[in-house]
Design a protein around this ligand. Structure first.
Ligand SMILES: [Cu+2]
Length: 335
């Protein structure tokens, strides 16, 4: 066999090995030994579950600091986070998370004795996995991504009442070299009862950024319904971060994405890129849902942080229009 043919075969064999799901010993060695469990947490935090009114409950980082959604938790692959949940409500609650690894004791379900009684506390341990391979060389994914966390105990074994009441939030797991946003991520939960963060327009969040800032949206579905998230004036690539990997990246460019219960995604975009400052709507694109109040605003100010007179007027107009429209439809008029 000629040397050139041999080289081709060697290259093809290498490509076949690299593109398969089974890793070579060298690849497995290069990945390092994945941590199997995290008995020694690298980070810890306290979360409080608290009542926020007759029908609302939230998670918070401090007593009286609960919010809906709960605090956005950020981890990096390889982190091991211990969360002590203190239940200041009058019903059993828990903390169940998607995307990371945990033992049955940290599953947050009644099935695994993971509920916290009123007045009690419990520690859950989350392991943000690094990409690795099992003992047979099968590649396994890490935990990088945008994930929901939520109650799994209030009102029954599925935490349905907890989710309806506001016990949910976002977890962001970053890969080591991932970008970070210029301001805290904007979290939009398309929540039960055709709401956003359990609110209806014009009481839904108005997110603000300055022209040219790198912002990060996190979108989560919770409850019984399917939604489509649409953002005006901006677009992103349908991959893990929303950022093209190169100018030639041919991944689909989108500005609307379907979301089922407990689905989640996130993306980076540059505020006002090629469109300038303005009051940009975001909303569920199921028309009946947006008419019921699943709509909000992304306000892009000028680069110096001030608003144009036009966008101040647009924000006022949005509030008036949303209230009038819901009144006209005879729908729920409160938050
Ligand atoms: Cu919807």
């Amino acid at each position: 066999m000629k040397g050139s043919s041999l080289r081709v075969i060697v290259v093809l064999a290498a490509v076949a090995l690299l593109s398969g799901s089974v890793a070579t010993n060298a690849q497995v060695a290069a990945l390092g030994k994945p941590r199997q469990a995290c008995s020694n947490p690298t980070n810890q935090m306290t979360l409080f579950a608290e009542r926020l009114g007759p029908t609302r409950v939230g998670y918070g980082r401090t007593p009286k600091g609960a919010s809906i959604p709960g605090p956005t938790i950020t981890m990096t692959e390889g982190d091991c986070l211990a969360i002590n949940l203190i239940n200041d409500t009058n019903r059993p609650v828990s903390l169940h998370v998607h995307g990371v690894a945990y033992s049955p004791a940290s599953d947050g379900t009644a099935v695994n004795h993971g509920c916290v009684s009123p007045g009690k506390s419990r520690t859950y341990v989350w392991n943000a996995l690094q990409p690795g391979a099992d003992s047979n060389g099968n590649l396994e994914p890490g935990s990088r991504g945008y994930w929901p966390y939520h109650d799994h105990c209030m009102g029954g074994p599925h935490g349905t009442l907890g989710i309806e009441s506001g016990l949910f939030g976002a977890l962001i797991v970053r890969a080591p070299n991932d970008p970070t946003p210029d301001r805290p991520p904007f979290v939009i939960v398309m929540s039960p009862g055709f709401t956003i963060n359990l609110r209806r327009a014009p009481y839904t969040p108005i997110f603000k950024a300055n022209l040219g800032e790198r912002v990060e949206f996190v979108v989560i579905g919770m409850g019984d319904d399917f939604h489509t998230f649409h953002l005006h004036g901006h677009r992103w690539v349908d991959n893990r971060t929303g950022i093209p990997t190169s100018p030639a990246d041919d991944s689909p460019v989108i500005d609307n994405k379907t979301l089922g219960p407990a689905d989640s995604f996130g993306f980076f975009t540059t505020a006002g890129y090629q469109v300038g400052p303005g009051a940009w709507m975001y909303h569920c694109h199921v028309q009946a849902h947006s008419d019921l109040g699943m709509s909000g605003l992304f306000v892009v100010r000028k680069a110096d942080g001030t608003m144009t007179p036009q966008e101040k007027r647009a924000i006022a107009r949005w509030k008036k229009l949303e209230l009038e429209h819901r009144h006209m439809l005879g729908g729920h008029s409160g938050p």
